[in-house]
Design a protein around this ligand. Structure first.
Ligand code: 13P
Ligand code: SF4
Length: 315
């Protein structure tokens, strides 16, 4: 068996030989973020997937992200090192249930979070991410009636910020709904100067104690620009790798979930991806993401609409 350093060298060589790129989400482990060609949040990763000159995109993330890359670049081979890398939030919105929900609530513009399967995107009018959800809603006329799916926490956050008429699907992310408010309060007592920074997928009580709420990239930007030197971080702990790289002298404390002894919060789906699986994936060009052509074509429109609105707004 070869060492991790040898695995990484082989990945780099195969990447160059095959004109492949690795796109990694901030929730991947630090070693994976460090070998990636591009690391970002869901919006930046979609933008990168739509404009690159590689023949192969290897996605170090979860399935809905790799599907989005395939929808945006159907001519490219898109690989995901482990097809079991799903998402509890995407799984909370099944196509048959969503179809029924849309039929029960006709005449509304359907905004779906990127954390959905391709079938849900194909039933949507516009996609959003946590970076642009407010701006996507506000791009519509003030009296537009909206369905927002599937994250109820992000949906309620956007509803409170915009005041639009929104019906919200009742889905959640198993990582973000589990952060312990008690632990946050205790950490704040122990570190009174620390700022509490929170992803909008968190539950309301956690959002209410936040000094700053934002997507992973917004949280990263905040820790870069803010004059403070200590942060209580309520999102998946992988983001702390980039925060430490950008500002190694600052302190970052991951918020633990309600029921945990490990002291950190990790997405079990994101963490299915490993360096070894990436090596096998790029070597054998499997598993590959393939999407039914009809669904792919339908899903393209709402994603492109999001990209156009985001580009116009400089996001
Ligand atoms: P962003 O990448 O938009 O911050 O979303 C976080 C997330 O939960 C991705 O699964
Ligand atoms: Fe899905 Fe939550 Fe994991 Fe993001 S952190 S991929 S929303 S389960």
């Amino acid at each position: 068996m070869q060492s991790q350093e040898q695995n990484i060298l082989e990945i780099k060589k195969l990447k160059a030989d095959k004109n492949a790129i690795i796109l990694a989400h901030y929730y991947q482990t630090g070693d994976i973020q460090d070998i990636a060609d591009f690391v970002g949040d869901s919006l930046a990763l979609s933008q990168k997937a739509a404009s690159n000159s590689a023949d192969i995109i290897l996605f170090a993330g979860v399935k809905f992200m790799a599907e989005t890359a395939k929808i945006l670049s159907p001519e490219k081979k898109v690989l995901l090192p482990d097809l079991m890398a799903g998402c509890s939030l995407a799984n909370s919105c099944k196509a048959s249930d969503f179809k029924k929900f849309l039929n029960e609530n006709p005449g509304r513009t359907v905004i779906s979070y990127v954390n959905t399967n391709a079938e849900i995107k194909a039933m949507s009018d516009i996609i959003c991410t946590s970076s642009n959800a407010i701006q996507i809603v506000e791009s519509l006329p003030r009296d537009e009636k909206i369905i927002f799916a599937p994250d109820r926490n992000l949906g309620n956050y956007v509803l409170n910020k915009t005041g639009y008429d929104m019906i919200i699907w009742n889905g959640t992310c198993h990582v973000h709904e589990e952060f312990s408010l008690e632990a946050i309060i205790r950490l704040k007592e122990e570190n009174p100067d620390a700022k509490i920074i929170v992803h909008p997928e968190c539950e309301l009580p956690v959002r209410m104690v936040a000094d700053f709420i934002g997507s992973t990239s917004a949280l990263l930007q905040f820790t870069k620009k803010d004059p403070g030197d200590c942060y209580i971080v309520a999102t998946e702990a992988g983001i702390i790798h980039q925060m430490r790289k950008e500002n190694p002298d600052k302190m970052y404390i991951p918020v633990p979930p309600i029921d945990s002894t490990c002291g950190c919060s990790e997405c079990s789906f994101m963490k299915l991806i490993t360096i070894e699986k990436i090596l096998n994936c790029i070597k054998f060009e499997k598993p590959e993401i393939n999407i039914d052509q009809k669904i792919l074509i339908k899903a393209q429109k709402p994603i492109i609409r999001m990209m156009e609105i985001s580009e116009k707004l400089g996001l």
